[in-house]
Ligand binder design. Structure first.
Ligand SMILES: *Cc1c(COP(=O)(O)O)cnc(C)c1O
Length: 403
């Protein structure tokens, strides 16, 4: 069976984790702090906080901004449910909008049509690692300043809609040479096991607020407390001689990153550009070369007009098919021992969201993208022979189902 996206766990990773284990420091400590600094240097944002998931990072930032009952948050219907769930956790209303047919990303025109005086945050998602149109999205936040009704100190300070990017897929992607993380107010990366860069579980909040209006370093300190019980000293600070007393300054959360995770992340980051991305680009380009002459298929876009993907997924679309035909094609591919996936089952079609009254059919492009989409395996150790095998499996499946 060709798997879909197993992590790359080699001796370099194992040795670094063993060093962390033997260092005597396994929770948040020197490796996490170093990883944060290296992410900031890589992305060119202002400062970075590592956490145990992207989901935690997104929710913390909504709460930090004071998003609450009665507020609206705009997001694409075509995303993973985590993007929407965190809005529900805050008591706010997810306002789903449609995406574009070209690259699967949120459509700025649809965002504009959805903005109301209740809109507090826009959460774009860089689908498959292809950055959204941040120029247009950032401009909308400014354009609708006059509609914005601040109901928290932070909202007052920003004076406009917050652009909080779900960059779970797009670590290392860029727009005009500027990396994700530095393209809007805040971007949240995921280092979950299936993502491009992994720490087993993990995420990072890339802060990039305009200075001196905001002090990103001060927000970082505030978030460290918020993500560790509301405790004013972390475990490392408490190990200083006599420094045992601490205070709880708010009812905080618990979602810090461990140094074991950071150990994996440091190795992954070190070889990300020179090795990981080179390989992922090679795999995606090879698929495209082998599939481009097949008129039944629509191939994904990886770079265009200064926008550069980080090759997180290979989202293939089959032209003019129904959802049932797509499912049948996938089954035929699985029957040949190749793991494929669908990104994503649209959130408004999930039973929880259906019960809230959402209907996937209100997002026609999202639905067509979804019903024709099949994601092919992309992972570091995928060989040339396996790539060819996957391509043949796809073609055989298409011949069978579309005959
Ligand atoms: C993976 C993913 C998340 C969640 O990331 P975690 O680190 O698992 O919390 C959020 N949004 C999108 C689009 C994702 O693909």
């Amino acid at each position: 069976m060709i798997p879909f996206s197993p992590p790359r766990i080699d001796d370099t990773i194992c040795n670094e984790v063993i060093l962390a284990l033997k260092s005597g420091w396994i929770t948040t400590g020197p490796r996490t702090k170093l990883f944060e600094k290296k992410i900031t240097a890589y992305c060119g944002n202002k400062t970075t906080l590592c956490l145990n998931s992207a989901t935690a990072g997104l929710e913390i930032m909504l709460r930090w901004f004071g998003v609450t009952e009665g507020d609206e948050v705009i997001l694409p219907a075509y995303t993973y449910s985590a993007t929407a769930n965190v809005i529900i956790h805050c008591g706010a209303v997810p306002v789903f909008v449609d995406v574009n047919a070209k690259n699967f990303n949120i459509d700025p025109k649809a965002i504009e049509a959805a903005i109301t005086p209740k809109t507090k945050v826009i959460m774009p998602v860089d689908f498959a690692g292809f950055p959204c149109d941040f120029e247009a999205i950032n401009a909308l936040a400014v354009k609708y300043k006059h509609l914005f009704r601040a109901t928290s100190e932070r909202q007052d300070q920003l004076g406009r809609i917050l652009v909080l990017s779900d960059a779970a897929h797009s670590f290392g992607a860029s727009v005009n040479e500027k990396k994700t993380g530095s393209l809007c107010d805040v971007s949240v990366f995921s280092f979950h096991a299936v993502k491009n860069l992994t720490t087993a579980e993990g995420g990072a909040v890339a802060l990039n607020f305009e200075e001196p209006l905001f002090d990103n370093a001060a927000i970082y300190s505030e978030l460290c407390i918020k993500t560790l019980h509301g405790q004013n000293k972390d475990a490392l600070a408490k190990t200083q001689k006599g420094n045992w007393r601490y205070d709880i300054v708010e009812a905080g959360y618990k979602c810090n990153m461990t140094d074991l995770s950071a150990a994996i992340g440091l190795v992954e980051l070190e070889r990300y550009d020179s090795d990981t991305l080179v390989k992922r680009q090679y795999i995606c380009n090879r698929y495209s070369e082998l599939l481009k002459t097949d008129v039944r298929l629509q191939l994904p876009i990886f770079h265009e007009q200064g926008i550069q993907s980080c090759y997180h997924l290979y989202p293939l679309r089959v032209n003019n098919i129904t959802e049932a035909q797509r499912d049948a094609i996938m089954q035929e591919i699985f029957n040949q021992d190749v793991s494929v996936n669908v990104h994503f089952i649209p959130v408004p079609g999930m039973s929880f969201y259906k019960r809230l009254g959402y209907d996937v059919m209100n997002y026609p492009i999202t639905y067509t993208n979804y019903s024709r989409e099949i994601s092919l395996p992309v992972f570091y150790d995928l060989t040339d022979e396996q790539i060819e095998y996957v391509v043949n499996a796809v073609k055989i499946a298409l011949d069978k189902v579309l005959c």
